[in-house]
Design a protein around this ligand. Structure first.
Ligand SMILES: Cc1ncc(COP(=O)(O)O)c(C=O)c1O
Length: 455
């Protein structure tokens, strides 16, 4: 590793950072993280903290997962790469396919299409949805519906179903045929409805209305996150996703569950769809499939969709999607080892229990700090604080103050993430009660310090 002086001198000079303004990265150089162990990370100055972000919602098993590291090293030694494009395969993807089919059997998903990450998984799922209808003889079903506030990665089709202007405006025009309905976000919504059950019904009515307006026969799929993540952790009422499933079924529309964050235990259930008792037609996974140790993803396909593709004898079901790194053997070996550890440790149970502790602690912070406008979570280890400058008017917090909260928490021993007006928490699923206390104490210090500094 280069020394600290070199790293600091070059920080953000030759690197453009995702989701950042290059000038801002130069003016406020990013924190340089140089090591991680357990659920803690250490920066270039030797400052150690609990990782309240879990890498980027993906390091579910923490930074010291030896079986995964070993599996990667062994696979690199034996076969560092071989393609699985038509005509060849490798042993690691075959083993993983069997394991994923077993893991997702309760979700009704039995086939895997491998990708290099979440955006790829979304792109492939949406393409397969259109192709499914074409193979079945309904070529007019090409449109996509999704939720405002949803995040589905940054490929152009995924960005087109994204529900947040930050990822859209600079790249418009996006794909035609993508339409959005209001998210079940009780703190702010166009219906001024604060009751989660009533709001779910209003959003479902909006979905019905949009389907009637577009014409059901023009719509390929509805895509949603079971719990909206990057949009600010928005868990819907328990009636919402089952309601979406019922509407999709009635109109012949496929339901794509974007579980890039929620698959593999984060919600306290093995998948977000299972959390709500729903079986999707297609499921996008990535992130925790390899615990962040290797870029990898998988689109899981239901029996119903698989039968249409596998039963086709016209040639139309030939899949014209795929990446050089689809089914990368090192990624697949990492995923096999991850899945074994994920199940052995039954991380969903710790996610549920520590998630309850974190959510209760955040509620207490809201009591103590006026700038906390809303606390969201209650479904495993994904929570958010939405900060406001005025609780009455819900005026969003300014950038400087929320930045000071993050900095204060960092200095007090916890990495937390700022996204717009939200502080987002998505720690590794293996953390302890003590780690949660540390995150909460650090946030408490960050909130108090930021208010003091602003006064
Ligand atoms: C729900 C969801 N879908 C898709 C993506 C895109 O994944 P990636 O960043 O791996 O391309 C993300 C990333 O955070 C996500 O949260």
């Amino acid at each position: 590793m280069k020394d600290a002086n070199f790293l600091k001198a070059h920080n953000a000079r030759q690197v453009w950072h995702p989701m950042a303004h290059p000038a801002d990265s130069l003016a406020n150089p990013p924190d340089i993280i140089v090591s991680g162990d357990g659920v803690e990370i250490t920066d270039v100055d030797g400052h150690r903290m609990v990782d309240g972000v879990g890498g980027l919602w993906n390091v579910n098993l923490g930074y010291s997962c030896e079986p995964v590291k070993r599996a990667i090293a062994e696979q690199l030694d034996r076969l560092p790469y071989y393609s699985i494009f038509r005509g060849t395969s490798n042993d690691a993807v075959i083993e993983l396919g069997a394991m994923l089919a077993e893991f997702f059997e309760p979700d009704g998903l039995s086939r895997a299409f491998y990708t290099s990450g979440g955006s790829d998984s979304v792109e492939v799922a949406l393409r397969l949805a259109r192709q499914y209808h074409k193979v079945r003889g309904e070529a007019g079903r090409v449109k996509f519906l999704s939720l405002k506030k949803g995040y589905h990665g940054t490929h152009t089709l995924g960005a087109s179903v994204n529900g947040n202007a930050n990822f859209r405006t600079a790249y418009e025009p996006l794909m035609p045929g993508c339409f959005h309905i209001p998210a079940p976000y009780t703190y702010r919504n166009p219906f001024n409805e604060t009751d989660p059950a009533r709001l779910a019904q209003l959003c479902l009515a909006a979905l019905e209305d949009e389907i009637a307006f577009q014409g059901a026969g023009t719509i390929a799929a509805f895509i949603m996150e079971p719990v909206l993540g990057a949009g600010g952790v928005i868990p819907p009422h328990e009636s919402f996703m089952p309601g979406v499933r019922e509407i999709c079924d009635r109109h012949g529309i496929l339901l794509v569950a974007d579980e890039v964050i929620t698959a593999f235990g984060r919600t306290g259930s093995w998948s977000g769809s299972r959390h709500w008792g729903v079986r999707p037609d297609l499921m996008c996974t990535a992130k925790a499939i390899t615990n962040g140790y290797f870029p990898f993803g998988a689109v899981m396909v239901s029996d119903r969709v698989a039968e249409v593709f596998e039963g086709d004898d016209s040639g139309m079901a030939s899949i014209g999607s795929g990446y050089t790194y689809s089914g990368h053997p090192v990624g697949a070996a990492a995923a096999v080892a991850c899945l074994k550890e994920t199940e052995r440790l039954c991380v969903k149970d710790n996610a549920a229990e520590r998630g309850r502790q974190l959510f209760a602690g955040l509620e207490a912070l809201k009591e103590a700090h006026e700038i906390v406008g809303d606390v969201r979570g209650g479904h495993g280890l994904m929570c958010a604080l939405e900060l406001v400058s005025d609780r009455e008017t819900k005026a969003p917090i300014d950038k400087k103050t929320i930045g000071a909260v993050q900095r204060g928490a960092y200095e007090a021993g916890a990495m937390v993430r700022v996204s717009g007006p939200n502080i987002i928490l998505s720690p590794p699923l293996v953390l302890s009660e003590g780690h949660i206390k540390k995150i909460l104490a650090a946030l408490d210090a960050g909130l108090a310090g930021a208010v003091k500094a602003a006064a």
